[in-house]
Design a protein around this ligand. Structure first.
Ligand code: ACO
Length: 384
């Protein structure tokens, strides 16, 4: 019997657009107004006053920590930054042409094998795993990058914040206070974003009562794609390819005529300016002016102008991936680690949703509308 639309309780929605799949108190996006809140706090406020550690605590536990809680939480994260030596060797054995997102996915999977709570499925163990994965993912991103470049691996520095230590392990230099603060803001802005594809992927895996590491591996895999977190790397590729402000208009018009997507623009929920892009744009502007290297920012601003003129009526505006690419470029970070950096931040949101969902779990098991043939006659192999 072929299934029919009328049999379903809810209308079919391609890509689950507009379909609520969970009830959450973690974050909310107002796509019409361009507002984002984490646990009730506007993203602009967190970007101004919070740190990645504090924001992660907020996302997981629902409230801002007091001083002692924050100190303990930070200590916990610092304690778990190191990865087993065996894993360092494994990273060294990954072919050099492997994208760092693939290395990250593989390594997080491997971390699961070393996790001291690997046989414990309690909430306490899940939280401990979330701490370890969050702490160690930053290390893996840095090590995957340095190994690829043939650079020596740098031990985590327990005296640095999560953001500063991440930059330190990547570059080998302790960042100045301003750069460390910027990295913190980047991590906060990328930490959480509701029911996006990677968070949903992680939750689907967790809902089968699989383990935390598997859920995060799923999240990494989903984030990698160019329609999601992988867009930030493509943004810089596009900007470099365009090469000058004069080339922007013909490049964008040509791309749109060919029905190509402009990377770093558009969003399923935001039909206006993404508030994270607004914040990052100002950092991109300041960094460009400070470095005297304004060309990339100018190209980006021109792309924004042309795309909004051409597609603004459809609700297509810059998303988080657009100006983050310029900010990373100004920090002299290579394109292939843009998406891994996104993952190192988003792990806070993935784990928050897994922890929340499992408190009232129901396995995700949607359905589909069959439109294939029925009652087909089976012809034996020798007669085909
Ligand atoms: N470039 C050109 N046209 C676009 C873009 C874009 N970046 N984004 C949307 N549109 C157009 C679509 O072609 C469509 O036009 P149509 O109605 O004439 O067919 C209209 O805007 C609506 O777009 P949808 O495809 O319905 O949007 P959807 O919600 O399915 O896709 C997505 C959202 C995947 C983010 C899309 O905007 C896109 O591909 N953007 C580029 C990739 C990107 O930047 N991804 C990062 C998103 S943010 C994040 O995940 C962290």
């Amino acid at each position: 019997m072929v299934s029919r639309m009328e049999e379903f309780q809810v209308p079919f929605s391609r890509g689950l657009e507009g379909v609520p799949v969970a009830i959450t108190a973690i974050s909310h996006i107002d796509g019409k107004q361009g507002n984002l809140i984490y646990r009730g706090f506007p993203i602009e406020v967190l970007a101004q006053f919070s740190t990645f550690e504090e924001t992660t605590y907020l996302l997981w536990f629902g409230d801002l920590p007091n001083k002692d809680e924050l100190e303990n939480f930070k200590r916990d994260l610092i304690e778990h930054r190191r990865i087993p030596d065996f894993m360092k060797e494994c990273i060294g054995n990954i072919p050099r042409d492997t994208h760092p997102m693939e290395a990250l996915r593989t390594c997080v999977s491997m971390l699961g094998c070393f996790d001291p709570d690997k046989h414990d499925t309690s909430r306490g163990a899940r939280i401990r795993k979330a701490v370890r994965i969050t702490a160690q993912m930053a290390t893996i991103v840095a090590y995957a990058h340095r190994t690829r470049k043939g650079l020596e691996l740098i031990d985590p520095n327990p005296n640095l914040s999560h953001a500063a230590n991440l930059l330190y392990m990547l570059t080998g230099e302790v960042p100045d206070a301003e750069t460390a603060r910027l990295m913190d803001v980047i991590l906060i802005l990328h930490a959480e974003h509701g029911m996006n594809a990677s968070t949903f992927a992680a939750m689907v895996i967790a809902s089968t009562l699989s383990d935390m590491h598997s859920a995060i591996v799923g999240g990494i895999g989903a984030l990698r794609g160019p329609l999601h977190g992988g867009a930030n790397e493509r943004v810089l590729e596009m900007i470099e390819e365009i090469g000058s402000v004069e080339n922007v208009e013909p490049y964008i018009k040509n791309a749109l005529a060919q029905r190509r997507r402009i990377m770093g623009f558009g969003h399923r929920v935001y039909k206006t300016y993404d508030p994270r892009a607004r914040i990052l744009k100002e950092y991109a502007r300041k960094l460009s002016q400070k470095s005297g290297q304004t060309k990339w920012f100018e190209i980006a601003e021109k792309i924004e102008e042309v795309v909004i003129r051409e597609l603004g009526a459809k609700g297509v505006f810059p998303n988080v991936d657009f100006y983050s690419a310029i900010v990373y470029k100004m920090l002299d970070l290579p394109k292939e680690i843009f998406t891994p950096l996104f993952a190192a931040a988003r792990v806070a949101g993935w784990t928050a949703h897994v922890l929340e969902y499992l408190q009232n779990n129901r396995i995700f098991r949607p359905t589909s509308i069959y439109n294939g043939p029925t009652e087909v006659e089976y012809i034996p192999l020798e007669e085909r």
